[in-house]
Design a protein around this ligand. Structure first.
Ligand SMILES: Cc1ncc(COP(=O)(O)O)c(C=O)c1O
Length: 389
């Protein structure tokens, strides 16, 4: 695709593969592994990510919506796609017709699937609510579900799962994560005869297990416990309750880049952008960068965020507009700054390292890297790079 505007999200597949193999190195090859590619592959482009994962031998991927599963399917992805969100009768028909794998979390899901069944047993994963209080059967329903499934041959139970709400405390034997895993472990024997996989670990859960390494005696990190990495796969280690250097082990896959479309000179006392929220304290050099809040650069970064130009961090000044933002180049004008020079809003590069990742913006905004990545607008082209640069 032509880049008429040179603002884009660079998606580094070498970094993705690096993160993938780092995560997998902590688990046995046999354990269930289902990377999450929902939310447009955490903003990176679900088809780009899905195809890369598939080429690396990944056999299962998770999405929230049936629509997301359809996009992957229509792009030719053959991996098993788990659909985590609930569905109605129409959704159940689509799931069955396309051979997606439904995550079943309430009784009417079973009824809808039962109606949609065309004679072939439908593979399902059953979700239990162990404390998130969002989706899932109460653990006390385990016996009833077993009875229903045992009598009803329309289903083949392939997996049991729960979702961790406080994975950052995973190494604490009496923490909330261990309590959730204990509740999950209690339902496992009820379903043992079906030989399902059991999965629970999101990024924080994975890091907790990695932290404990061989010393998991006081915890419920069963060696076969399956994983569903999201954020970590995309190169961000969630904040944990314990000191660690995990962020250094993975590499942020997305770099948001643009360029200087104009360099302007403003005299002392001149204001910049809407409502002149920034006023030059001295004669200044301003760079205009063609990317704005319609692209996913949040307006809350106005007069707060930084960008990198020639490996130097310079401030965003004035209000971020829908399509533009302005930066103060005055402190670096000795570096021979020119029109069209590259501007990196965030990303990991060998020289920038971890100084200016999506976490920097998230921290300013009181947000989280998940939101920064997934709110990258559809109008930002995703440009694949394969090298480690
Ligand atoms: C059910 C489920 N599993 C796994 C994940 C991955 O979580 P994370 O991005 O923290 O690894 C998510 C993300 O929200 C989720 O909803």
């Amino acid at each position: 695709m032509n880049l008429f505007r040179k603002s884009y999200a660079e998606i580094n597949l070498e970094y993705l593969k690096h993160n993938l193999s780092w995560i997998r190195s902590h688990f046995s090859k046999e354990s269930f592994f289902c990377p999450m590619v929902k939310g447009n592959g955490y903003g990176h482009g679900d088809v780009i990510i899905g195809k890369c994962l598939e080429s690396e031998g990944v056999t299962h991927m998770g999405v929230c919506l049936i629509e997301e599963a359809l996009w992957l399917h229509q792009a030719g992805i053959k991996a098993n796609i788990l659909v985590f969100r609930g569905f109605d009768q129409q959704g159940a028909e689509e799931i069955v017709a396309r051979d997606f794998i439904p995550v079943v979390s309430q009784w009417d899901h079973l009824e809808f699937l039962s109606q949609a069944n065309k004679g072939k047993a439908i593979p399902i994963h059953v979700k239990f609510d162990t404390g998130m209080n969002r989706l899932g059967f109460p653990v006390s329903d385990a016996g009833k579900i077993d009875q229903y499934l045992w009598q009803n041959k329309k289903f083949r139970i392939k997996g049991l799962l729960t979702h961790l709400h406080s994975g950052e405390d995973g190494i604490e034997p009496e923490g909330k994560t261990q309590e959730q895993l204990r509740l999950l472990a209690d339902v496992v024997p009820v379903f043992r005869k079906y030989n399902p996989v059991v999965h629970a670990l999101n990024s924080a859960g994975i890091l907790s297990k990695a932290m404990l390494n061989g010393d998991q005696t006081k915890t419920k990190f069963d060696s076969s416990l399956g994983t569903r990495p999201g954020l970590l796969l995309y190169g961000y280690a969630p904040k944990m309750n314990f000191k660690n250097d995990f962020q250094q082990q993975v590499k942020p896959v997305m770099a948001l880049k643009s360029h200087l479309s104009e360099i302007r000179f403003v005299s002392k006392g001149s204001g910049v952008s809407y409502s002149h929220t920034w006023v030059a304290q001295k004669d200044s050099v301003i760079g205009v960068v063609p990317i704005g809040y319609a692209d996913g650069v949040h307006r809350g970064l106005s007069n707060k965020g930084l960008v990198s130009v020639h490996d130097h961090l310079v401030p965003i000044i004035g209000s971020i507009c829908m399509d533009y933002l302005m930066i103060d180049l005055t402190p670096i004008m000795n570096l021979k700054i020119e029109k069209n020079d590259s501007v990196i809003l965030f990303g990991y590069t060998p020289t920038l390292g971890y100084r200016q990742t999506a976490v920097a913006y998230a921290d300013i905004l009181g947000s989280i890297p998940w939101e920064m990545l997934t709110s990258m607008s559809i109008r930002v082209p995703r440009v694949i790079v394969e090298s480690s640069q």
